[in-house]
Design a protein around this ligand. Structure first.
Ligand SMILES: Nc1ncnc2c1ncn2[C@@H]1O[C@H](COP(=O)(O)OP(=O)(O)OP(=O)(O)O)[C@@H](O)[C@H]1O
Ligand SMILES: [Mg+2]
Length: 599
């Protein structure tokens, strides 16, 4: 990695931490309470060794006499101090869980809200499973770290500083041992944490990939079985699983080394302290008052000092352990923030008008568009349609029919040219009002987990039960719904997997029937429905299309014969246009497509 890269990384990590802190500071009063609890409980815990030293002092080694009252007094005091400290740290832990859950909630909400603002193109280019893992796993990791690690770090700081002060008071000479061991463990942990960071970033990324892959494969079970590709799929999964485990192993391995190594250094320092303490005690006994006061120690001092030194070293050891957790939390937070920073759909133009009372005049003027720069799919597309007219778009697969719809709905912005609705350039219109002026029925149906009734009523806020049933009747799905065990209250499982594709499409058509938008888009809306039902729906469709501007895409050309204008698209160009009769007479591409149906 170059120096610049490292600097950029460091800066971005600082940015990530700052942003996490912003979430924390939203709960500053709770945080202040947590801080108070933490300080009190840790300071109380620090008093413990001091009291035990006092109890030891009550035993006079030379004579063997014991001031039992004093010993009992300090023992009781010690018990009280430790109990209060324990209760406070319990309260603190509960409070932190509370705070971190609040933060998780707001982070998830913010992320999900942001997802709804992303352009459609984002979802066309990112794996759903990976995105889902940001909402669940990554936010969870950040949360776990907030509720545990943050607290531990603060507590460690207090304990380390407190023990240090106490040790200085007892014997600065004994403290010299740490001059050697502390720098060694700090340098070691510092080196290690920098070293393991990339491993944790890789670990999160690999898990996201694994999730994405699993999601893709689980949703494609039928195709996988039909092609007998279970082995290939499991093989690939093994690969991805292996990579994820390797990444986990690497990260945890490098993280796990730190703990024991630091522990070893600390044990070493305790033995040095005991040795040096023993020597100083012996010198004190032998030389008495002639020994320099700095070097003089009582036996109780050595005992208390060792207790504080354990307290002092413990957090440094723990610190190393939680650093690895913080590493993974930082990478997770980084991924969450990256997603939050994905550019949302650009804001509507400042002077954007709200389309209202739409007549349905649509004009497309020299439009060029490509999904990826340099690869134009729609070239110089022109079209003028009168309000209430029906425009059929036909053409071979991949010709760009759906792309035209994407542009009409402004799911993607055009590269050149302009599209007008009722004379308003659509980039000068609010997206919401533009999209609400269309009703769309697509080949890929989307139903949500809810009742049949709710799924149809989704078409218009405030639709009455009678209207919902009338729509279902028009879509020729009413009698089927009646045969369901709970009728309109039957719950559709996830995306309506418990009903057929055609039935799903009919439900979405019923939903569209409810909508009162002035314009209609049907993209292969009846492709999964049998021909007879299609003709029956056709009548209802004609009713639906009356007075509305309609864009109909259909592969079955029989369904669009009555369109006011048929556009034949090939490679993003309008190759022919006219009514069915005109195009048949012209004996061009349309005629050949049409005749091919009967061959
Ligand atoms: N999100 C996307 N990103 C990049 N390219 C895309 C995207 N969606 C479609 N394309 C490409 O644009 C071209 C036109 O696709 P489009 O979906 O408009 O075809 P279509 O005419 O609707 O075909 P079909 O009859 O199969 O529905 C295709 O070559 C396709 O590969
Ligand atoms: Mg299409």
């Amino acid at each position: 990695m170059t120096d610049n890269n490292i600097k950029a990384r460091r800066k971005s990590r600082r940015g990530v931490l700052l942003r996490v802190c912003k979430y924390l500071f939203a709960h500053k009063w709770l945080l202040a309470l947590a801080f108070f609890l933490m300080v009190t409980s840790n300071v109380l815990a620090l008093v413990g060794p001091y009291l035990s030293g006092k109890a030891l002092d009550a035993i006079e080694l030379g004579t063997g006499s014991v001031d039992i009252d004093t010993v009992i007094k300090y023992c009781i005091l010690m018990a009280v101090v430790y109990i209060v400290s324990g209760v406070l740290s319990y309260l603190l832990a509960v409070l932190m869980v509370h705070i971190s859950q609040k933060i998780t909630y707001s982070m998830r909400k913010e992320l999900f809200d942001h997802l709804t603002e992303l352009p459609v193109g984002y979802f066309d280019t990112h794996q759903t499973g990976d995105t889902v893992s940001h909402i669940s796993y990554d936010i969870d990791t950040v949360n776990a770290s907030l509720s545990n690690d943050l607290l531990q770090i603060c507590a460690s700081i207090i304990t380390v500083v407190g023990s240090f002060v106490m040790m200085v008071k007892i014997s600065p000479v004994l403290l010299s041992v740490f001059l050697f061991t502390v720098p060694v463990s700090i340098i070691f942990t510092r080196y290690k944490t920098i070293h393991i960071r990339p491993y944790f970033r890789r670990r999160s990324a690999k898990l996201g990939e694994l999730n994405g892959y699993a999601e893709e494969m689980l949703s494609g079970q039928k195709a996988i079985r039909a092609y007998g590709r279970e082995d290939v799929i499991t093989g690939r999964f093994d690969g991805k699983n292996g990579e994820a485990c390797d990444a986990y192993y690497d990260a945890d391995y490098h993280g796990a080394v730190i703990g024991p190594a630091v522990n070893f250094i600390n044990n070493l320092s305790i033995s040095f302290i005991t040795m040096l303490g023993g020597i100083l005690y012996m010198l004190t006994l032998i030389m008495g008052a002639s020994l320099h006061p700095m070097l003089r120690v009582a036996l109780s001092d050595v005992g208390t000092f060792v207790q504080y030194s354990r307290k002092f070293a413990g957090p440094i050891n723990e610190f190393a352990n939680i650093l690895s957790e913080i590493q993974s939390a930082t990478s997770a937070a980084e991924r969450v923030f990256n997603l939050m920073d994905e550019a949302p759909e650009p804001l509507d133009a400042e002077d954007a008008v709200v389309l209202s009372d739409v007549q349905g005049k649509v004009d497309i003027d020299h439009v060029y568009f490509g999904y990826v720069p340099g690869k134009t799919i729609i070239k110089d597309f022109n079209l003028n349609c009168k309000p209430g007219s029906t425009i059929a778009i036909v053409g071979p697969t991949g010709a760009g029919k759906t792309t035209v719809i994407n542009l009409l709905m402004r799911f993607y912005d055009i590269d050149r040219g302009a599209i007008y609705v009722d004379g308003n350039e659509i980039r000068q219109v609010t997206r919401d009002s533009l999209r609400l002026s269309y009703t769309m029925v697509l080949q890929e149906t989307w139903l949500f987990c809810g009742t049949v009734y709710e799924n149809i009523a989704y078409g218009r806020i405030g639709a009455t039960r009678e209207e919902v049933i009338a729509a279902a009747k028009a879509a020729r799905i009413h009698s089927y719904i009646e045969t369901l065990p709970d009728g309109y209250n039957t719950v559709l499982s996830d995306d309506g997997v418990n009903i057929s594709k055609g039935q799903k499409q009919l439900l979405t058509i019923a939903r569209a029937m409810l909508s009162d938008s002035p314009m209609l888009i049907l993209d292969e809306a009846t492709s999964n429905v049998d021909s007879r039902t299609e003709i029956l729906i056709g009548e209802a469709m004609n009713e639906l299309m009356k007075g509305r501007t309609c864009f109909v895409i259909a592969h079955r050309l029989s369904t669009i014969q009555n369109a006011d204008r048929i556009l034949v698209i090939r490679n993003g160009n309008i190759e022919e246009q006219g009514t069915h009769d005109e195009l048949m007479k012209a004996k061009g591409f349309y005629a050949s497509l049409y005749n091919a149906q009967f061959e």
